[in-house]
Design a protein around this ligand. Structure first.
Ligand code: PRX
Length: 655
């Protein structure tokens, strides 16, 4: 495991207090108010969350025990009965929000749609009935492989309504990756679309599902439900494939929400780790509902007049928690956009903000860095005056990008919430409360109330202010992952055994390096494991290596991240070839395409370097830190004397 390093950017000392124009109307509007909440929560976290659960959510039946903690396994609101689709929809229908916009959708080719809470409820009920008619029962897993269209959110809510855990697979994953995930989850049904629009092209989603299911590739799948989006020609398999619109047209719009145990599984979401096989992160119903609800409400200081837009894809946790569940549970208006900025339409994000009067905008540092490169003229040519709050997520934001966001987009009047969290945490862990906590460019600031976070060394001892260490969480929280699907042991090993318990207190190991400054502010420095972040997409280097070595030409592969101005990191692969193959540009292309086929477009290596051998220790372990230095063109740092064959490095340098 690499040690976290403190970069020079962390000497940042600028401090931005919440502007008066913001605090005037903010629900939590002073540092003292934040501290009072955080102290109350820390004194008895389970009591704190239980009070909020009672106040904020609808329960069919109250719980008996707020927290049952058998480290590292937590259960929240044990005995309680709840349904997140009910909390996101039904309970708003008896209020004035019935006809409020729940979902505003902007399609890539310029079409658009708005669904009120009543309309969204109706469609969710219909699709829930369609799922039932196709034999989906409570507990059955449903795969969702969709473009960014309202039907993706409807599908998720319909699954939640009948208690069928969903597993959303990002549309940029390949048929192979889809197959692996559907098999791991043993999905009974897949919801997809004929295709999706992406960067002036279309992607063939249904064809990828066909490939994944070919030759009984996923034996558990009985039916496929297909949304018509691009009108591309698709093959419908008799008896297996069904058009969404045809079945929906005949479906009853009445479907009571299933009364779920608080600890019933809500969804599985696959994410990359240090091994070749992605892990299925399991989230359950009650704790996840409460935590995404509360973090959305306080971190975005949400008001009924807000138009909130998160630019993530529903295939990632950000889309789950902060496009669908968090916003709808609060009765907010959530914007969903099918497009992404591209050369033919570089100002599209600013157009969406202007068109809908977006007040809260939540995006990723990689997007912000790309916008900086495109120039200030694009945002300046649009009316962005509706904005009152900005957010960022996915990777550390460099102070320069933060300052650009603050001045050019926020016009120095919008606080920025830099939210640190993970697929595993379900919701925000370290983030400013915008009306209360002064911000520093590049810092995620302070833990959310009820979260006990710290930076420690490998023995679990807190490090001194300013020193690098490992980010840990010291008390269970409602939306923590419950396990790795079907693999409790992997869950225990990955998150709870890197650092020993302190005085009986278990420490959740996030896999991120961080430091805490004199004010207790957190500065997240990035992953300390073999996980890299490419344009905010989390990828395991082992996963890409496995894909490469599955090609007949490849003998051995080692993948590292190389710093990239826009993407944060890019994929750099070192490859040794089997004897009968020789290096060529054509083979490089073929290997890149092969990785796309095995994992998906997001994993396409930026660079492949052929090598005669890889640098290894005498015990045969690849020395990745040397490869990282080589990839970034830096001098090899550290002692090379442990290497088995020192000439390998010279070759790599020259090659
Ligand atoms: O390294 C951290 C980084 O993204 C990782 C989690 O990735 P994923 O599960 O895909 O979820 C991304 C969206 C929540 C973390 O371990 N990360 C996320 N947010 C931040 C961040 N790094 C620094 N600052 C952030 N705000």
């Amino acid at each position: 495991m690499a040690s976290p390093t403190i970069e020079s950017v962390l000497n940042e000392s600028r401090l931005f207090s919440p502007p008066a124009s913001f605090t005037d109307t903010a629900a939590i509007n002073s540092l003292d108010a934040y501290k009072a909440l955080a102290e109350k929560a820390a004194a008895d976290p389970a009591k704190f969350w239980a009070e909020l659960a009672e106040q904020e959510l609808h329960w069919f039946k109250p719980w008996d025990t707020a927290l049952d903690w058998q480290p590292p396994f937590a259960k929240w609101f044990v005995g309680g009965k709840i349904n997140i689709s009910y909390n996101c929809l039904d309970r708003h229908l008896t209020t004035w929000r019935r006809n409020k916009a729940a979902l505003i959708w902007e399609g890539e080719p310029g079409d658009s749609r708005t669904l009120t809470y009543a309309q969204l409820h109706r469609e969710v009920c219909q699709v829930a009935n369609v799922l039932k008619s196709l034999g989906v029962k409570k507990g059955d897993r449903v795969g969702i492989y969709m473009p960014m269209i309202p039907e993706a959110a409807i599908a998720m809510l319909a699954c939640a309504r009948i208690g069928a855990p969903h597993t959303v697979i990002f549309g940029g994953f390949s048929a192979e990756a889809l197959k692996d995930r559907l098999n791991d989850a043993e999905a009974k049904l897949v919801i997809t679309a004929d295709g999706g629009f992406r960067k002036d092209k279309t992607i063939a989603l249904k064809a990828a599902v066909d490939d994944a299911l070919a030759d009984n590739g996923v034996p558990s799948v009985e039916n496929v439900l297909v949304v018509q989006r691009t009108k591309a020609a698709v093959t419908m398999h008799e008896g297996r494939d069904h058009w969404w619109h045809e079945l929906q047209a005949h479906a009853d719009a009445h479907c009571p929400a299933e009364e779920m145990d608080a600890e019933d599984m809500l969804f599985i979401l696959y994410t990359s780790g240090t091994t070749g096989k992605p892990k299925g992160v399991v989230h359950t119903t009650g704790g996840y509902n409460l935590y995404t609800h509360t973090t959305f409400k306080w971190t975005f200081d949400i008001k009924d007049t807000d138009v909130y837009w998160c630019t993530a894809d529903v295939g990632w946790i950000t889309g789950h928690s902060y496009i669908v569940y968090g916003p709808l549970s609060n009765g907010a208006t959530t914007v969903m956009y099918e497009g992404v900025p591209r050369p033919s339409n570089p100002g599209c994000f600013w157009d969406v903000i202007e068109k809908y009067g977006v007040t809260i905008f939540y995006t990723a540092p990689t997007a912000i860095r790309a916008f900086i490169k495109m120039g200030d003229e694009l945002p300046k040519a649009r009316d962005l005056s509706s904005l009152r709050l900005l957010g960022t997520v996915g990777e550390p934001i460099n102070p320069e990008a933060w300052m650009w966001y603050h001045t050019v987009i926020g016009k120095e009047k919008c606080p920025i919430v830099d939210t640190w969290w993970q697929t595993e945490t379900g919701g925000f862990m370290v983030t400013p409360i915008p009306g209360a906590v002064p911000t520093k460019p590049g810092s995620a600031t302070l833990p959310f109330p009820g979260i006990i976070a710290d930076v420690v060394d490998l023995d679990g001892h807190p490090v001194a202010p300013g020193e690098g260490g490992y980010l840990v969480i010291k008390h269970p929280w409602p939306s923590m992952m419950r396990t790795v699907y079907g693999n409790d042991e992997r869950y225990r090993r990955t998150y709870w055994e890197h650092i020993p318990p302190q005085d009986g207190q278990y420490l959740y190991f996030a896999g991120d390096g961080a430091r805490k400054d004199e004010d207790g502010y957190f500065w997240v420095m990035g992953r300390v494991d073999d996980v890299i972040s490419v344009s905010g997409h989390r990828l395991g280097t082992m996963e890409i290596e496995s894909a490469l070595v599955s090609h007949p030409a490849v003998a051995e592969a080692a993948v590292v991240g190389r710093k990239d101005d826009i993407k944060g990191e890019d994929i750099y692969a070192f490859v040794t070839l089997e004897g009968q193959y020789s290096p060529s540009d054509a083979l490089k292309q073929e290997l890149k395409d092969h990785v796309v086929k095995e994992i998906g477009i997001i994993a396409r290596p930026g660079e492949i370097k052929f090598a005669d051998a890889l640098p290894k220790t005498r015990s045969g372990k690849i020395i990745r830190r040397f490869l990282r230095s080589l990839a970034s063109g830096e001098a090899i740092a550290g002692d090379a004397s442990t290497m088995e064959d020192q000439s390998v490095l010279d070759q790599l340098r020259e090659g």
